[in-house]
Design a protein around this ligand. Structure first.
Ligand code: ATP
Ligand code: LTN
Length: 331
């Protein structure tokens, strides 16, 4: 029996190697067995200010990348969150189920709010909308990076609370995370996660970076004090992060890399790592160029929105009935 998978990525910048290795690549692997829904979560993106025309461009760009990495619209449903209004509707209902204390404990909110003069209410209630995304589709598994674990736990709590108060309505989802690669770190600071909205572009590899940029960024990536290539995340976080990236990109074990580079120093290791990344990303970039401007992405998103809206409406009808809301409009 196939199971339901849902995940989303925000169109807040160029997709990084962290997003790819931690999340996007799993999306592709899962579509073989799962009935998968993958979303461009634009309503989440506007929890911080976005330029409207740039936002629209990034939405199409991210969806094009979904296709370029190998998501097959015959197997998975690809759509944009704001095209299915049930996300906003259930998001509101779940805001009325989640507690202020629970939202206050979310580390992503604390990190994103830190040092800001003003913060939107949407940034604070963001996890309720994320719960709505997942619960609308009766999702059983959610592939995400490590930073989303806390949001997923809250989603489960909200689902259980709703079900116990109103009767069985939502499937309670499981988080799916990689053992290595669930948290790829910044190239300039191994204490921070690689992020597409970090102001320093040297901190990340973007999927669409040119080979030249990739080589420069890897050669400038910080390393740890001795010259040994060893996997020790606590004492050698920078080199360990590069080893994880290498291992996942080239599909070889960390142990075999450590053996291969014994006594060789950082120079040779970094050069090979850059080559491996370039070789992995080149076909994705070619595919992205081929699809962009062909109209395929827009067609896929149109179809995806129709499929998703229909699926979401089934859950919404049940939710409205359970909560005691409206129900007079013919749909
Ligand atoms: P932003 O910087 O705008 O908050 P982000 O780069 O953190 O964005 P998201 O859109 O929030 O990316 O995340 C998309 C997916 O990628 C999520 O599943 C998230 O857990 C995963 N992800 C993000 N950064 C990393 C990382 N450094 N390592 C592994 N997975 C990651
Ligand atoms: N909050 C996530 C993006 C996101 C998501 C989702 C992920 C929004 N809705 C539903 C999985 C399932 C993030 O910031 N990476």
């Amino acid at each position: 029996m196939s199971y339901r998978v849902f995940s989303g990525i925000q169109p807040t910048g160029q997709i990084t190697l962290g997003n790819y290795l931690g999340a996007l690549r799993q999306f592709v692997a899962l579509q073989q067995d799962a009935d998968a829904f993958y979303c461009v979560v634009d309503l989440h993106a506007i929890t911080v200010a976005q330029d409207p025309s740039l936002l629209r461009e990034r939405i199409v760009d991210l969806a094009t990348l979904y296709l370029a990495v190998g998501l097959n619209p015959q197997k998975s449903t690809l759509f944009v969150q704001s095209d299915v209004s049930a996300h906003s509707e259930l998001g509101w209902i779940l805001q009325c189920m989640v507690h202020m204390g629970e939202l206050s404990r979310m580390t992503q909110f604390k990190e994103k709010a830190e040092g800001k003069d003003t913060v939107t209410a949407g940034l604070f209630t963001y996890p309720a909308l994320m719960a709505a995304d997942i619960l609308l589709y009766q999702t059983s598994r959610v592939p995400v990076g490590d930073d989303q674990k806390q949001h997923l736990e809250l989603t489960r709590d909200i689902a259980l609370r709703f079900n116990s108060r109103f009767g069985e309505t939502f499937a309670v989802p499981e988080v799916m995370m990689l053992k290595e690669g669930a948290r790829i770190m910044s190239l300039d600071d191994p204490a921070k996660k690689m992020s597409k909205s970090n102001p320093n572009p040297q901190s990340r590899i973007e999927i669409l970076d040119s080979p030249d940029d990739i080589r420069k960024k890897i050669s400038r990536a910080v390393t740890d004090s001795d010259r040994e290539i060893r996997f020790a995340p606590q004492t050698k976080p920078a080199v360990s992060n590069l080893l994880v990236i290498y291992s996942l990109t080239a599909d070889v074990t960390i142990d075999s890399l450590v053996a291969q580079y014994e006594g060789k120093g950082y120079g040779a290791f970094k050069k090979d790592l850059a080559d491996v990344i370039v070789a992995h990303l080149t076909p994705i970039q070619e595919k992205h160029r081929e699809i962009r401007g062909s109209g395929l992405t827009e067609d896929v998103l149109r179809q995806g929105a129709a499929t998703a809206a229909q699926e979401a409406e089934e859950t919404m009808a049940l939710v409205r009935e359970r909560v005691g809301l409206g129900g007079f409009r013919r749909r």
